[in-house]
Ligand binder design. Sequence first.
Ligand code: ZN
Length: 133
Amino acid sequence: MIVNEARVETFERIFETKPEHVDGAKVRCWYCGTEITYRTAAIDHIFPRAKGGGDEIENLAATCRPCNTHKCAEPVESLRRHIGMKALGVPYVSREFLEYCRSNPMTLGEFAEKILDCRFYFEERMQREGLRG
Ligand SMILES: [Zn+2]
């Protein structure tokens, strides 16, 4: 992927506007907290462009590629399942998923609760630091 100047500039504006992205010397995905770089990150429209979301800085976040891919043109809440599964270490491959279910027996209700209980990285940061929200 080519790192062009406009892209880097957009990332810098995002990080300035949203200090929750920055964790010491590391920059983290807005949703899952994975460390990202200009090279590996995607620019996400929090409220999807396909649904009328704009390019203004408040609507942009830097994310890892898997989060960006999973969220696609859906609202933020739709990503919580992906983050929850990632946090639990649930594999996406169906054969591995069956194996996971065998070694972690729980009801579907318990499973759903665990997954939907997860927090986005920005929610944790905002709470931890008493930032807005
Ligand atoms: Zn992510």
